[in-house]
Design a protein. Structure first.
Length: 729
DNA sequence: AACCAGATCAACCGCAGCACG
DNA sequence: ACGTGCTGCGGTTGATCTGGT
């Protein structure tokens, strides 16, 4: 603990403690999150809250990492365990170094027995508490062993990790030992760490036995529990964890031991541990985010010791646990969980700023596809990226692999960072609000995932895209809503019939204006793959409505307004030399947006809008680009003047499903243009777009997009109708 | 327990835009 | 004008997970 990094850690852990546990008298409750469906087996019994008090934990030693929990067991629990054991004691055995079998040995002269797991409620509660304290799942623990040392009995110094391959392969190394003292011992019986670096500095008076003077020693105090790690942070065995039980000189010693393994074969268990740690940190962090609080000096002083201890305990766990990520089983975990753990790990073990990876000179690694690594990222690779970015920041990703010592393409590094490692990312599930927001945005702008993601802090385009493709799209389909057009299928069929000259003209107009889309010349599709809805902009100076339909080929083909710049490239759209007065709208998710549109609608988003900012904001935008944020937060559906959707439209959206789609919402963005001339011209063309049939619209500006589609693909249309007929017969 | 199919999601691919020389 | 390199984006893939039989 003497290095600068240790000091760094110490400060961090101090803050951690003070932030998380401002009230030292309070306990930390581990609630019933273990009831999660993925925690099965014995863990599932942990449905009740498990209470333990982290303030009672003190760090005894850092090499080996050892912690003492004062009063871990009550007197009654200690006595109960002794009662369970005292009639069943047998001579203690040790594991043979070669065979792994239990054999008698003179190094261990105590007697003992094993309880059954969850043998009774008391035992189960203790096991639960151990799991909560260690962050390690119950399944990874052996049954509790009760030991009895009478006068002169001892356990010579030994390691808890295995030397034999049999045991190592059986359940992995014993990573953690929790040694609970069930009785006081008048003299002797101390637990001793002969190799501990702290042994010299530990003061010892006459109350200690001679044996105890040979190492760092822990006195046997009824109810206390000693926790120590047998593995290094790099998962190698820690020789400093050598420990033993000094001979009892006066009295008798009762203890209970719980060994906990790190079995690579137990994916579920590792998952549990990750979840437990993250849940623990997450719950306490809710009350005081780690990065947004400072540590009051007064509290620092009084709580210093405990702060260090508890923080270092977490650190000790993370240091031991994180190497498990090397295991294939860990990698098979949901990456979000393992990554969070990794992030947490880095909070407590900051990357060494002096450690840089240097690549050999020569050809850059990137884009040499025959040699660069591909596929899933390992925690080590992640750590390299994180370390690199923390030192150098982002940018010039092609150099990152070389500088960070990664055999990856720069593009792959960039994606890993942007989609996963960025600290501002959320890794939990989408909320219903986000879900609704995505649907509304998709309805408005189609599959522009990056734009949608920008409106959802902490989400990436990949996240949104995947969520749409796997969840939302299917959800809409279930509701009978076309996920492309966001219209009920029944209406789509009607509209298609109309636009093909087979049905009602009015409906056909509507459809032609809003739902035909040619998808980037890649695929001919009947419906727009990413069909935006019409936006109604209310030009305040003229009170004329401007209908904007981003990305619709029809409008592009027929409107001067949108031909340059095109709605297809709306993010770059600029309105030169004008002030835009936009009705305030809430920024539901992000404070990046400072203005938006009034929207007297029924949607959740727009309902919320009325609760904030009532003062319109004036934004002068002589050169700034059009704000997609503002546009997106407008609910881009139809104006009151706009022809109403057919009734069946509403019917579909009034589903009892959680999706509350705003089909009949009205959005009015008021634009005060100083470039009225231009807008008036544009308004003219748009009015045509509103009121004309496709045919009429086309007549005003040559051949229409819709006509083009229909001409080019009439054969496809007829085939589709055949298909539809077949489907609904 | 074994198998299978569907779901999930991290990662990849290829293209386009942009800056720069 | 052209080539090159970097970045952003949307579509797709494929390994893994999950749940049902």
């Amino acid at each position: 603990m003497g290095s600068s990094s240790s000091c760094h850690f110490l400060a961090l852990s101090l803050c951690f403690f003070l932030i998380f546990f401002p009230d030292l008298s309070s306990s930390v409750k581990i609630p019933g999150w273990l009831a999660d469906k993925q925690t099965q087996g014995s863990v599932s019994r942990l449905k009740k809250s498990v209470t333990f008090n982290p303030t009672r934990v003190t760090q005894l030693s850092w090499s080996p990492r050892a912690f003492l929990y004062k009063g871990f067991l009550s007197d009654e629990e200690c006595d109960h365990l002794i009662d369970l054991a005292k009639d069943k004691l047998e001579k203690s055995m040790v594991a043979d170094n070669e065979s792994g079998k239990s054999v008698e040995s003179e190094v261990r002269t105590s007697s003992g027995m094993f309880l059954s797991k969850a043998q009774d409620e008391v035992v189960a509660a203790i096991e639960d508490r151990i799991a909560a304290w260690t962050f390690l799942p119950i399944e990874n623990g052996e049954s509790i062993q009760i030991l009895h040392y009478e006068n002169g009995q001892k356990y010579e110094p030994h390691f808890d990790y295995f030397h034999d391959k049999v045991n190592q392969e059986l359940g992995g190394h014993r990573v953690v030992t929790v040694l609970m003292y069930l009785s006081d011992v008048e003299k002797g019986g101390e637990t001793i760490f002969p190799n501990s670096e702290e042994k010299i500095s530990q003061p010892k008076d006459e109350s200690w036995s001679e044996c105890a003077r040979n190492g760092y020693a822990v006195k046997t105090r009824k109810g206390d529990a000693l926790l120590f790690y047998s593995l290094h942070p790099d998962a190698t065995t820690d020789p400093k964890s050598l420990h033993g039980s000094c001979p009892v000189i006066e009295g008798e010693k009762w203890s209970a031991t719980k060994w906990i393994h790190a079995s690579a074969s137990k994916t579920l268990n590792i998952w549990w541990a990750v979840k437990t740690v993250l849940d623990f940190v997450g719950r306490v962090a809710k009350h005081a985010p780690l990065h947004h609080r400072t540590c009051p000096r007064s509290q620092m002083k009084s709580n210093h010791a405990n702060a260090v201890n508890w923080g270092s305990h977490l650190h000790a766990f993370l240091a031991t646990f994180t190497p498990l990520q090397k295991d294939a089983s860990f990698l098979s975990l949901k990456c979000s969980s393992s990554l969070k753990l990794l992030e947490l790990h880095h909070q407590y073990i900051p990357p060494d700023p002096h450690h840089h990876h240097h690549c050999p000179m020569g050809r850059p690694l990137c884009c040499d596809k025959s040699n660069v690594k591909r596929g899933l990222w390992t925690p080590e690779e992640d750590a390299k990226i994180l370390a690199y970015v923390s030192d150098h920041g982002t940018g010039n990703w092609t150099l990152v692999p070389k500088k960070a010592g990664l055999n990856r393409c720069g593009k792959s590094c960039r994606l890993r960072w942007t989609n996963y490692l960025r600290p501002d990312l959320k890794h939990d599930g989408f909320t219903p609000e986000e879900e609704e927001y995505i649907i509304n945005l998709h309805k408005a702008i189609g599959s522009r995932w990056s734009l949608i993601a920008k409106q959802l802090p902490g989400r990436t385009d990949n996240d949104v895209k995947n969520y749409w493709n796997t969840k939302l799209r299917k959800k809409l389909l279930k509701l009978g809503i076309d996920p492309i057009t966001h219209k009920p299928f029944s209406q789509i069929f009607t509209d298609f019939g109309n636009i093909s000259g087979l049905g009602n003209n009015n409906a056909g107009n509507h459809f032609g204006r809003r739902n035909i889309h040619y998808n980037n010349n890649k695929k001919m599709m009947l419906m727009s793959k990413s069909e935006p809805s019409t936006i109604v902009l209310n030009e305040s100076s003229s009170n004329n409505n401007v209908i904007m339909n981003p990305r619709t080929g029809f409008v592009q083909e027929n409107s001067n307004l949108y031909s340059n710049p095109s709605w297809e490239f709306l993010p770059q759209f600029q309105v030169p030399n004008q002030e835009i007065i936009i009705q305030p709208n809430p920024n539901l998710f992000s404070d990046q947006v400072n203005s938006s549109c009034s929207s007297p609608s029924s949607s959740t988003i727009t309902q919320l809008s009325s609760t904030v900012q009532q003062q319109p904001q004036i934004i002068t935008t002589p050169s700034s680009p059009f704000s997609w944020s503002e546009f997106l937060l407008c609910d881009p559906i139809s104006s009151p003047d706009f022809p109403q959707e057919p009734d069946n439209d509403q019917g579909m959206f009034s589903s009892t499903d959680s999706l509350t789609l705003a089909e009949n919402e009205t959005t009015v963005c008021q634009i005060n243009s100083t470039n009225e001339k231009k807008f008036e011209n544009n308004i003219g063309s748009d009015d045509q777009a509103i009121n004309n049939t496709p045919a009429e619209a086309s007549s005003s500006s040559g051949s229409s997009f819709v006509d083009a589609i229909l001409c080019q693909d009439s054969e496809m249309s007829s085939k589709l109708f055949e298909l539809l007929d077949t489907s609904f017969d």
